[in-house]
Every structure is written in structure tokens, then in C-alpha cells.
Design a binder for this molecule. Structure first.
Ligand SMILES: *Cc1c(COP(=O)(O)O)cnc(C)c1O
Length: 963
């Protein structure tokens, strides 16, 4: 740094943000190093990270920017995006996010910093929100069951195809039919998925579906260019021919269209974006997935179900959680983990706020304006491709060049088909004035059409674009929840009531191993609400999205430097989808080398369940590599298996540092063994928080990695999504990452199909990671990693006297997380890791990760953002709990009546008769910290078995909530 640069840096206080992001200050750091018996941070790192993989230099990133400067810079980028009126449609529509939901959910850390609701007692609020979402989807689709979101409509359709194949026992075919009027981006993703599942895809007119021998079919309702066909006869014929059917449907249209369940669909998928979620240049939004009852146990994704707590009171939980949490590894049929919980909640609340009447108004108004537009255009001699519509018209035989010119003048985006047709989609935000503008755009300014006159005629004649047979007759959203919160006051209180049931980072640390629940800084979050980021259509002309493109390019450049890879693909919407995208790139690359036969994927036994699930999705054969006593990959076993499968070795999937929380010293060797046998190295980047600025997977042997931007790079977890899982690849894989059929990506092979519905996945949350890196700078990022490692070692040190730390590195240190073993305690006391997890709630904490990757253990990851004060508070709680366990061990408390097995304690426990061998105070206020500010779990321990035996995934009656 030159003298001038240094002085400028001082004047700008470029350290400001890293002091906000990192928990421990210099004094804390020194004291914690002292506890570890370490002279310096440098020596802790030296003893933790193997020398042969250490970076040994600072990352080459720009000087850090202050929060104000970073926001200023982003605002300038945002100004290079152009927000215009969008009538593109094609799956993405304007919508009004009700302000009460924007401020109290989307922009509220009480909602967005929560974790996936694996601990139901402290998650009842978002579980109720997600149950509402499921009910909305079930009602509107007319199906028996819906899950609590998938990543996007296109991947939901791909999941539907896979489900059809699994569930259809009557068909031997391996072909899947896709109607030609399915959105092109959906077809793109379905094709990719089919290719690697080994299915063939037949595309044709919907009516031709029964002419083919297929196991399943995907239809769209309304179709790609807005037409509405009566699907009932077709679906019936399909069923008669043992073809399972999936209908991709538009949620708002279902308010007035006959529900696909009533038409005979087996599966219904779609996007809930237009229920209040901004387009955000492609995402995040919650896709939905609904099925008939007979498919309920094979539905992908998370399902919220109704169960009971230990008092018999209604309590919600994730149904079939064991299946979900310990994803069925190589037997898995889907790898979905992070989904779109926050956005599903928002869409559910949008429906709750509007109710059936409000939604009908929105849908009818949208349709009425579309009908006015259609009638006006027809009167003026414009030909429409279809005589049915909900909100979309396709104009045919028009002068699209002229229309395009006028549209640009008026700052209006339309959809332009390859054959010269023009598409116009209306939505909730469309006004009568917009329709007038559209007349001008299509017809020029000589036309004499009047919206008011046309509307009179439409109303008088009852003109509609919806065929008689396709009109909805059934009720929906009849549940009281959808009738009670229509005033803003009621809605505000409902949202607050639910929020208060949940524990989030706004309450306490969430020490979840492998999840990196770090600070989601407010400054990082602010830009996602800016219209110049949130209101952009993913298929907008590229000259309107220059700011986005630059921000994405800059972020990609940061991430290439951080990972040591050559290229970043910003498409995958989650870590698991990144794994899939990375494996697809490997398979394409190997095929291009004439090695398509390579299909063995080595995966250590300690791997996250998504790894083998992703491998299964590209038809790789998973060969498990054993771990040794210390939890490290058994190199001999690796060597033998690589040797044995040398001819067919495709890849290894390694997590680094390992899911055991250790920097294995032999990682370079492991990578080179695989390379020697012609395999590629996939390094799962979920644990990048232990590497940033200190080592780079691209340097020590990785060919490809995903990054969980919602772990390491500060995108909040949102209660189970959104996320982003971009992949870094070495140059040889770069041409083989995902492309996109609608908005092609430079440098990627044109025939590399997509894994997501949009080119840059959930683009609108990328400013969060951009801002984090920009504000931290190279030194800040390195220090964050060092502190993450220090905090974890400090936790391990403080707890090891009380709980054995299961795995350590060569020099007795751990990486950024540590696993404590509860099995010995369970043997002596009967107290399980689950009891400890629930008891932590009484102390005001979220549990660590339970039983992953080793059953009977807890995995603790404090992250750099937690202060020494908070970490001590957590350790003190864990130590106090250990002492409570001792009282069970020595018989002071009976095994079946003690604060651990009775945990969590609720207000209901306190007001009723107390016949327990410990005081009420010890039950509910076990620490001084809790006495100062108590977080109350809203239900007692939730019965897991009950909820799975009788699967109820719809809203229970309000009375049941009260009972
Ligand atoms: C979180 C995680 C994943 C999956 O990431 P998602 O974003 O939830 O899909 C994969 N591997 C490891 C080790 C993880 O911790």
C-alpha cells in the first residue's frame, strides 16, 4: 500500500465494518488465545491448517469499503439497471408486495435470520406460515397435499418428472412427454434433468400426448402464449393409458380457472412469485409442488405437518423429518435441502392478507383488463393467436419491429417470439392507463380506442377469455386464517405473533454446525428492496440490466480469487443444486473427452446427504470411502477403491474441511489419487467459512466446488431458504456449466442446458454477498475466518472437560466447528442429544446440529460473528446442562422426570400444578441471562411419531390451535 493509499484508508475508516461483523475484539481474541494456550492467531492457524495448502498471501481484493460507501457504490450500479413497465410474462409478473409484509417479514431479521425449522418447539411461527402456504397451494390447485416450496417452477417440473417415473409402476417407458406450450425455460431444465436420468423427452402438441408410450407428461395451464385448453379429457385419456400427469399452473389464474386437481392431474407445480414476491431478476421465489394423496410419501421437499406436543396440544413440525434431514443418500430420488421458505411464507401471507375475496378481485381485474386489451386489438384488426386467455395475449401477423420501437419509446417491455409474434402479459400492477399505453404501442397513436368504452362492452356482454369448461366453481381459502387478517392492524399483529414464537439470530447465537449462521448485516440486506434490483424481469433486454451484470461479474471475480477457480457459474439456487450442476459439468466434460462411461463417484462415509443424492441424480454409482478412527478419510481405502474403479472413476466428492470439523492433512494426496485415475475432484464448499483467505480449494486439487452463499457469504437462511449455490470450476470445465435457453451466457457451450429457471438463479440476493466481500476486504475476510476457527477451538476447549470432543486435527485443534459426543453420557444417564437440544431452549439457545454427521452427537459452529460474551453464555449453558445430567446419573432426579426430558418448559408448565423434583425456576429460568430476558418456546416437546403416522398437512381448525 502506498503512503497515499494508507492515508486514504485511514481517513475512510475502512476497518469499520469488519469490527461490526466480527464478534470478538482484540482483547477478547487475546484472552481466548490464552485459554487455548496459543501465543498468537498465526500459531493457531499454523497448527490447524496444513502448511501445504495454506495460501500464504492476502487475497487480491480491492480495499474494503465502509457500509456507506458500499451502499453508495451499489446504488450507482443499481442506477445502471432500468426499471420499465414489464409485460413480458413467461412465468414472471409484476405484483404488489403489501408494505406490512415487506417491512415485517422480508425486511425483518426476526423472520429472515431464522433457521430451517428442524427444532419445531422454537419454530411454530414460521411453521404456521408455511402451513398456510401449503393450504393456499392445495386450495388453488385442488390437490390433496402440497409441500413447503421448491427452488423454482422449472426444477419443480423436473422433480415432477422424476416422481412420475418413480410412482408409475404401470409403465415401462423411459420417455417423458412435454407439451410444446410449456415455458421454454422449464423445458430447458427438464431436458437437462432427463438427460442425466437417462430419460428421453418427447415434445409435441398437448393433444398428441396419448400417441406416445411415455411414463409421464408435463402440460401447462394456461399455456406458454396464454391459451387455456380444457385439460380434463386429455388428462383422463392419459390416466387411462397409464401415463402420469403433471400440470404446471399459474397460481393467480387458478383463482378463476378450474383447478387442475378437478381436471384430473396427478401433480401440479408452479411459481408463487406473483403472490407478492418481487421478480428480482429471476428470484428468489417459492415454487410449489402439489400432489394427490396417493403420492404423499414420495413428494420431494419439506412438508409441514400437524402433530401434538407432550401436553396434547396441537403443534406443527416438518413431517417425515428423518427422511428429510438424513436425505436418503445414494438411494435418494431428490437432493433438495435449502428451499424457499421465506418466500413461501411471504406468498402465504399475501394470500392470508387478501383472502379469497381479495385474490378474486386481483385475478378478475387482471383478466378484465386483458379482455379489454384483447377486444380493442381485435376491433382494430389485430389477430390473436388464441381465442382464450387469462392475462396473456399472443399477437400474430403483426409488425413486431414497429411495435418494438414504440414499446421502447414508452419504456415498455413486451415478449417477442422468434416467429415475429408479440406477447403481452398483464398482472396485478397493470392499470387502465397501462392498457391505453399498450394500445398505443401496438396500434400507433392514431387509434381511437377507449378503455372505458371497451370496458362497458366487455361488462355488458360478459366477455371473457376463459372457456366455459375451464371456469372455477369451487371455493378456496375458506379456512378462518384466511378471513381474519384483512385489516393492516390485524395482519401486523398476526405477523408479530408468529415472529414472537420463533427463535432467530435476533435472540441468540444459533450454533449449527455446517450451517454457518453468521451475521446478516443490515447494510447487506438493504439493497434487495431497491426497485432497481427487485423489479427487474429475468428476461428483460440485456441493455436494461447492465448494473446487475456488473455486480454479478464483480461478485464472480471476487469468488474466483477467493476459491482459486477460473470461472464461476452463478446459476444454482442452493448448495445441493450447485452439487448437481457441478456433477453435470463433470459428466459433460468427460463425455466430450470420449469418457462418458466414467460413472463411479467416490464419497466418504461422513459426507452430507446431498452429496450421494446429487451423484444419484446424474446416474453415478456411489462408492463409499471409509473414514479412519480419527474421522479422516482412510487413504488406503481411497487408494484401493480408486484403483479398483480406475476405468470407470468419474469423481470424488469431498467436503473440506471435513464434515467432522477437521482440516485433513492428506487432502492434496486424496485429490491427486483421484486425478491419477482420471477422476475429477468435487470439493463441497459448504465449509468455506474455514478457508476464505487462508486456503483455496482450486489450489489444492479441486476441479469444481459449490459455495453456499447463504452460509459463508451472509445471505440469511430465511427459515429454510432462499440460498445461492454458485459453482467455481477450473478452466477445462467452464464450457460445460449451465447455459440458459432464453438468456444465453457468454463462454458456455450453447448446448449445455440449464439447471435453474433463470440464468443467474436468485439474482436479487447476490448484492448481499457482494456487499459482504466489498465491506470486509481481503484482510477482513481472512480475519473472519481466523476468528471462526478461534471461536470453534475456544468452544471445544471450554466444553471438552464436560463432553468429549470427537475429532481433532493432527495438532489437537478443530476447524470452524466441533463435534461433541453425547453417546457416553446417554449410556450412563439415558439423556440423549435431543434432550440436550430441547433443554438449550430453556436457556434461550437454538440447538447445535443434531446427529450429523455422526449419530448421537452435537456439532457446534459458532462463526466469527459471535462475541466472546455470547459464546461464554452458550458454553455456560452447556456446562450447566452437563451438571444437570450428572444429577440424573447419580439418581437425584429420576430418568423420566427431570429438567432435561421435560424440556422445553413453557408458560403452560408453570401455571399448572407442579409435581416435579426440581423447582419451577430451575425449569424455566435456569440461568441469570434468561432471567434478564426470557424467550418462551410456545409449545412443549413435539411428538415426532404421531405427526408421521397420521400425516396432516393442512391448516387445523382455529379451535385446535386454542385447545
Ligand atoms: C448445507 C450443506 C449442503 C447443502 O446445501 P443447501 O444449500 O442446503 O442445498 C451440502 N453439503 C454440506 C456439507 C452442507 O453443510
Amino acid at each position: 500500500m502506498s503512503f497515499d493509499q494508507r492515508r486514504l484508508a485511514e481517513l475512510a475508516d475502512h476497518d469499520a465494518f469488519l469490527k461490526r461483523h466480527n464478534g470478538p475484539n482484540a482483547d477478547d481474541t487475546a484472552a481466548m488465545l490464552g485459554t487455548l494456550g496459543m501465543k498468537s492467531m498465526a500459531s493457531l492457524i499454523e497448527q490447524t491448517i496444513p502448511s501445504d495448502i495454506r495460501l500464504g498471501r492476502e487475497l487480491a481484493l480491492d480495499e474494503p469499503r465502509s457500509e456507506a460507501e458500499a451502499l453508495d457504490y451499489l446504488a450507482r450500479l443499481a442506477r445502471q439497471n432500468r426499471v420499465v413497465k414489464n409485460h413480458i410474462g413467461q412465468g414472471y409478473y409484476g405484483t404488489h408486495l403489501p408494505a406490512v409484509i415487506q417491512r415485517n417479514v422480508l425486511e425483518n431479521p426476526g423472520w429472515y435470520t431464522a433457521y430451517t425449522p428442524y427444532q419445531p418447539e422454537i419454530s411454530q411461527g414460521r411453521l404456521e406460515g408455511l402451513l398456510n402456504f401449503q393450504q393456499v397451494i392445495m386450495d388453488l390447485t385442488g390437490m390433496d397435499l402440497a409441500n413447503a416450496s421448491l427452488l423454482d417452477e422449472a426444477t419443480a417440473a423436473a422433480e415432477a418428472m422424476a416422481l412420475c417415473k418413480r410412482a408409475n409402476k404401470k409403465s415401462r417407458s423411459s420417455a417423458f412427454f412435454v407439451a410444446e406450450n410449456v415455458f421454454p425455460q422449464t423445458l430447458d431444465v427438464v431436458k437437462t434433468r432427463a438427460e442425466f436420468f437417462g430419460f428421453s423427452i418427447i415434445v409435441g402438441p398437448a393433444e398428441a400426448l396419448v400417441d406416445h408410450d411415455v411414463f409421464g407428461a408435463l402440460l401447462q395451464y394456461p399455456g406458454n402464449s396464454g391459451e387455456i385448453g380444457d385439460l380434463a379429457p386429455l388428462l383422463k385419456k392419459a390416466t387411462d393409458n397409464h401415463i402420469m400427469t403433471c400440470v404446471a399452473a399459474d397460481l393467480l389464474s387458478l383463482v378463476i380457472l378450474k383447478e387442475p386437481g378437478a381436471l384430473g392431474a396427478d401433480i401440479v407445480v408452479g411459481n408463487s412469485q406473483r403472490f407478492g414476491v418481487p421478480m428480482g431478476f429471476g428470484g428468489p421465489h417459492a415454487a410449489f409442488f402439489a400432489t394427490s394423496d396417493k403420492l404423499k410419501r414420495s413428494i420431494p421437499g419439506r412438508i409441514i405437518g400437524v402433530s401434538k406436543d407432550s401436553r396434547g396440544k396441537t403443534a406443527l413440525r416438518m413431517a417425515m423429518q428423518t427422511r428429510e434431514q438424513h436425505i436418503r443418500r445414494e438411494k435418494a430420488t431428490s437432493n433438495i435441502c435449502t428451499a424457499q421458505a421465506l418466500l413461501a411464507n411471504i406468498a402465504g401471507f399475501y394470500a392470508t392478507y387478501h383472502g379469497a375475496e381479495g385474490l378474486k378481485k386481483i385475478a378478475h381485474r387482471t383478466h378484465r383488463l386483458t379482455t379489454i386489451l384483447a377486444e380493442g386489438l381485435k376491433q382494430s384488426g389485430i389477430e390473436l393467436a388464441h381465442d382464450s386467455w387469462f392475462d396473456t395475449l399472443r399477437l400474430t401477423a403483426v409488425d413486431s419491429g414497429k411495435i418494438h420501437g414504440r414499446a421502447m419509446t414508452h419504456e415498455i417491455n413486451l415478449r417477442y417470439f422468434d416467429n415475429g409474434d408479440v406477447g403481452i402479459s398483464l398482472d396485478e400492477t397493470t392499470t387502465a392507463h397501462d392498457v391505453t399505453m399498450l394500445f398505443e404501442v401496438v396500434l400507433g397513436d392514431e387509434h381511437t380506442l377507449s378503455v372505458a368504452v371497451l370496458d362497458d362492452a366487455v361488462m355488458a356482454q360478459g366477455t371473457s377469455g376463459i372457456p366455459e369448461a375451464c371456469r372455477r366453481e369451487s371455493q378456496f381459502l375458506t379456512h378462518p386464517t384466511f378471513q381474519r387478517y384483512h385489516s393492516e392492524t390485524e395482519m401486523l399483529r398476526y405477523l408479530k405473533r408468529l415472529e414472537n414464537k420463533d427463535l432467530s439470530l435476533a435472540h441468540a447465537m444459533i450454533p449449527l454446525g455446517s450451517c454457518t449462521m453468521k451475521l446478516n448485516a443490515t447494510s447487506e440486506m438493504i439493497p434487495i428492496s431497491w426497485p432497481a434490483f427487485s423489479q427487474l424481469h429475468p428476461f428483460a433486454p440485456r441493455d436494461q440490466v447492465a448494473g446487475y451484470q456488473q455486480m454479478i461479474d464483480e461478485l464472480a471475480a471476487f469468488l474466483t480469487e477467493i476459491t482459486g477457480y477460473d470461472h464461476i457459474s452463478m446459476q444454482p439456487n442452493s448448495g445441493a443444486q450447485g452439487e448437481y450442476a457441478g456433477l453435470v459439468a463433470i459428466r459433460r466434460y468427460q463425455a466430450a473427452q470420449g469418457e462418458a462411461h466414467r460413472n463411479v463417484c467416490l464419497i466418504p462415509s461422513s459426507a452430507h446427504g446431498t452429496n450421494p443424492a446429487s451423484a444419484a441424480m446424474v446416474q453415478m454409482e456411489v462408492v463409499v470411502v471409509e473414514c479412519d478412527q480419527d474421522g479422516n478419510i482412510d487413504l488406503n481405502d481411497l487408494r484401493n477403491k480408486a484403483e479398483k474403479h480406475s476405468e470407470s472413476l468419474s469423481a470424488i466428492m469431498l467436503t473440506y474441511p471435513s464434515t467432522h470439523g477437521v482440516f485433513e492433512s492428506s487432502v492434496r494426496e486424496a485429490c491427486s489419487i483421484v486425478h491419477k485415475h482420471g477422476g475429477q475432484v468435487y470439493i463441497d464448499g459448504a465449509n468455506m467459512n474455514a478457508q476464505v483467505g487462508l486456503s483455496r480449494p482450486g489450489d489444492f486439487g479441486g476441479d469444481v466446488s459449490h459455495l453456499n452463499l447463504h452460509k459463508t457469504f451472509c445471505i440469511p437462511h430465511g427459515g429454510g431458504g432462499p440460498g445461492m449455490g454458485p459453482i467455481g470450476v477450473k478452466a477445462h470445465l467452464a464450457p460445460f456449466v449451465s447455459n440458459h435457453v432464453v438468456t444465453p451466457i457468454e463462454g458456455v457451450n450453447p448446448d449445455s442446458g440449464a439447471v435453474s429457471a433463470t440464468a443467474f438463479g436468485s439474482a436479487s440476493i447476490l448484492p448481499i454477498s457482494w456487499a459482504y466481500i466489498k465491506m470486509m476486504g481481503a484482510r477482513g475476510l481472512r480475519e473472519a475466518t481466523e476468528l471462526a476457527i478461534l471461536n470453534a477451538n475456544y468452544v471445544a476447549k471450554r466444553l471438552e472437560e464436560y463432553y468429549p470432543v470427537l475429532y481433532k486435527g493432527d495438532n489437537g485443534t478443530v476447524a470452524h466447528e466441533c463435534i461433541i459426543d453425547i453417546r457416553p453420557l446417554k449410556a450412563t444417564s439415558g439423556i440423549s442429544e435431543e434432550d440436550i437440544a430441547k433443554r438449550l431452549m430453556d436457556y434461550g439457545f437454538h440447538a447445535p446440529t443434531m446427529s450429523f454427521p455422526v449419530p448421537g452427537t452435537l456439532m457446534i459452529e459458532p462463526t466469527e460473528s459471535e462475541s466472546r460474551y455470547e459464546i461464554d453464555r452458550f458454553c455456560n449453558a452447556m456446562i450447566a446442562i452437563r451438571q444437570e445430567i450428572e444429577s440424573v446419573e447419580n439418581g437425584q432426579w429420576p430418568a423420566d422426570n427431570n429438567p432435561l426430558v421435560n424440556a422445553p418448559h413453557t408458560q403452560a408448565d408453570l401455571v399448572e400444578e407442579w409435581n416435579r423434583p426440581y423447582s419451577r425456576e430451575l425449569g424455566a429460568f435456569p440461568s441469570e441471562a434468561v432471567k434478564l430476558g426470557k424467550y418462551w418456546p410456545s409449545v412443549n416437546r413435539v411428538d415426532n411419531v404421531f405427526g408421521d403416522r397420521q400425516l396432516i398437512c393442512s391448516c387445523p381448525s382455529i379451535e385446535e390451535y386454542r385447545s
